[in-house]
Ligand binder design. Sequence first.
Ligand SMILES: CC(=O)SCCNC(=O)CCNC(=O)[C@H](O)C(C)(C)COP(=O)(O)OP(=O)(O)OC[C@H]1O[C@@H](n2cnc3c(N)ncnc32)[C@H](O)[C@@H]1OP(=O)(O)O
Ligand SMILES: CC(C)C(=O)C(=O)O
Length: 551
Amino acid sequence: MKIRRYSGSARVPLERRAWPDAVIERAPRWLSTDLRDGNQSLAEPMTPARKLMMFDLLVGMGYKEIEVGFPAASRDDHDFVRMLVERDLIPDDVRVSVLVQARDELIERTVASLEGARRATIHLYAATSPQFRDLVFGMSRDACKDLAVQGARLVMKYAERTLDGCDLGFQFSPEHFNDTEPDFSLEVCEAVMDVWQPEAGREIILNFPATVERATPNVFADQIEWMHRNLSRREHVCLSVHPHNDRGTGVAAAELAVMAGADRIEGCLFGNGERAGNVCLVTLGLNLSTQGVDPGIDFSDLDRVRRTVEHCTGMPVHPRHPYGGDLVYTAFSGSHQDAIRKGFDAAEREAERTGTGPADQPWRVPYLPLDPRDVGRTHEAVVRINSQSGKGGLAYVMSTRHGLTLPRDLQIDFARRIQAVADAEGGEIPPDRVMEVFRREYVLDRVPDGTTGRGVPVAAARGTVTLHVDTGHAGAARRDDVAVYAEYRVDGACHWGAGIERDVQAAALAAVRAAVRRAGPDPARARGDAEEKGRHGRRGAGRALRVKAGR
Ligand SMILES: CC(=O)SCCNC(=O)CCNC(=O)[C@H](O)C(C)(C)COP(=O)(O)OP(=O)(O)OC[C@H]1O[C@@H](n2cnc3c(N)ncnc32)[C@H](O)[C@@H]1OP(=O)(O)O
Ligand SMILES: CC(C)C(=O)C(=O)O
């Protein structure tokens, strides 16, 4: 592979930077550009119907600023804007924006597309980086600045003519800001501000894109802090950032930018967008939420959000995508599963102790970034079994999926058997298969009289039987079934059996018979003793009834 350095990220001479010590204590303003930057990156851009579905989703989630297209680009983009305006589909508390280049005829058409809108923002952009000036525009710095200034003037000219009565906002982006000399970005922005004249009640949005992410996120943070410190009329400027994810650090860049003074972030759901995507709004929002900061966006049904995004973009969300991927709340590895189970148990105990619900406590469960229920998932799939799993995970599946709380030594015994199945069969062992193996290993088949407790001869003579009565309902069978586990120790070995029956006595007998049967064909004397002691079985959390079976 050839190693070539990109020539051109612009570093700023920042001294005594403040952003490293900053803490984000409130959410920035969000702008969703799913319908513009997200849409322009699709092989098949969204139809107006899909755009509307995405728009409704964004509005429903609580986004208040939505870039709805590039009306001069295509008929679909233009028609969609007209549809929103003419059908009055934009809620009063939502501001839509449209993007345009600094080109006269495009600006005229773009402004015209908004005719009749009550509130809207025109977003003008012009690239400012030396590479763009040299390679694409063939312009000097002054000519490039002029392009932006002329663009701003044209927006105002056409808006005055066409958008009477519209609460008009204005946004300017020096495209490739992250590659642009900082003093030149500042010069262009100041010149554009001189045209728009921001003041109280007339903000300007200055949006700084990392059009192609080229450097570590600290470099972007420095650039933003430098702009934040040096822009004039700062109180009337909404300082916005627009990170891309080419180096995979779009989220970090956005967060550090907020620490450095940014007020607003532009991005897309699940990081759709040009090349490696725009910064992901879902990750940013839920990152805040897990720090205890309200993002102001509703993520409570994240699977529905994901399905809608997948439908509209025609692209699947990766199973490992932060917060929204299929597998991000699932552990296969044993030690993770064990810690998760203990974390859930501790939360329940704490809830009981304090008389609160588990959801009211701070989230402390290891290996899970948040409570899956907070984003509309369940706890069912947090543990899945394969060859990497251990007894803790198995106990979790048995308890949550089948209602059986296995004693620790039985968990160990069962884990060995499941491991053998996993090694032999490979792949995942779904919960029903786990139960099938449990029944095969520990539960006697039902006999013609309908129970496992009678009619099967018990042959046991020596050893001890300890009965463990399960207090949970045995979801594996009927809701009101009782499970009893028999731990039969004989000749230095331990044999487990389980009984799942309507009442505790029948379950105890069945468990003893199963354990004795598993011990092999030997002793014949345990039967009477075990049946006698089983009759005294009691239900109770964690209670083990010791029964001497044989002498
Ligand atoms: C970083 C971003 O995401 S920016 C947004 C990019 N999005 C899009 O491009 C999607 C929508 N775009 C389009 O549909 C088309 O490109 C249109 C309608 C805007 C323009 O179409 P066309 O003029 O036919 O073609 P094209 O895009 O190739 O034009 C490029 C010209 O625009 C110029 N240009 C590029 N950006 C800008 C800008 N911000 N302001 C002014 N001129 C610009 C180029 O220098 C080039 O000029 P030239 O014709 O003198 O060489
Ligand atoms: C137009 C600007 C904001 C943009 O999309 C980019 O630079 O990525």
